[in-house]
Design a protein around this ligand. Sequence first.
Ligand code: GDP
Ligand code: MN
Length: 353
Amino acid sequence: PNHYDPIDFKDWWVDSSKTPKMNATMVSLVRNGELQDMLSSIKEFEDSFNSKYHYDWVFLNDEEFTPRFIKAVTEAVSGNAKFGLVPKEHWSYPDFIDQEKAAQTRVDMANIIYGGSESYRFMCRYQSGFFWRHPLMLDYDWYWRVEPSTRYPCNIPEDLFKHMNDNQKIYGFTQTLHEYQETIPSLFDSVLNFTNEHPEYIPHKNFANFVSEDGGESYNGCHYWSNFEVANMKLWRSKQYRQFFDFLDHRGGFFYERHGDAPVHSVFASIFLPFEQIEYLNIGYYHIPFWNLPFEVESNHVSDEEVLEKSKQKYVDLNCQVDPREDFTMDGFSCGSLYFGLNKLKSLGIVSE
Ligand code: GDP
Ligand code: MN
């Protein structure tokens, strides 16, 4: 009865050679108290990337930004800085949520990271379902999420927004991790319920085996770490994602569990996008406590010697000032080796030990 109806992105692409920059913005959800940490991210990000392009930068907050914050940040960015207040109805309980049950959950989950926090849950729900609806964000298609206290210590040699557009990519990540299952016990059950209701939304060749290694029985916890994202907001603005978000929201997992926006974005992108629309953006990046360092990535036919040699050269070319042994990509807590395996790629770092 339901005819095939996956996300239709065929008219999302532009001829980027006709425009100096893409319809894109940096976006940071941030608190006034994080001013210094925001400035340190901006400084390194501008040096490595944005001083070449001057993309706009939208700052969002659930409280009014202080004049001090606005002044300091406006001076630090090379594009237009815009400051937005998150509307109360996007940062509070929807009426279908039982607030006593939510409060009890915070008590029960107090020993899990952020499990006792109410604001963290509003934040994750906001990043899942609302930032792309903010009036300031409606002017743009593409966004790059930048958090306070993140690092960009290597040159970023191309416009990643153009890279995404020109290669017809929709969702770009730089690190992957396993989620703590205690924060998302019912997430995958919700996903399976949704896919049963809407099998017509699933494209023929998706990337579901990145999030489930047992053929869709269970979630392996793998997710793109969403403190870094370069993506097209048409993905989140699609009918398919809006319905998915509403479905999860009504099941209550943002409040009765502690669903993070990273697994929410990740399971959606992995299941509802064709696999080739997800892109590993291999830049130098740090979010506490993990580094991604930009080693060479090649098809697994290429010899180890060649991959190693190219990695060393790349590290020099990009002027990376970080010990290459810090790279987290192939760590067991990362999902890097699964990602590389599924894509028949290899990356070897630059020190063979
Ligand atoms: P973690 O990366 O999971 O440890 O979470 P963070 O504390 O880094 O929060 C994720 C992002 O949301 C960061 O950009 C924070 O600055 C921002 N954030 C978290 N909580 C709040 C909040 O209550 N208000 C505002 N305005 N921003 C927040
Ligand atoms: Mn963070």
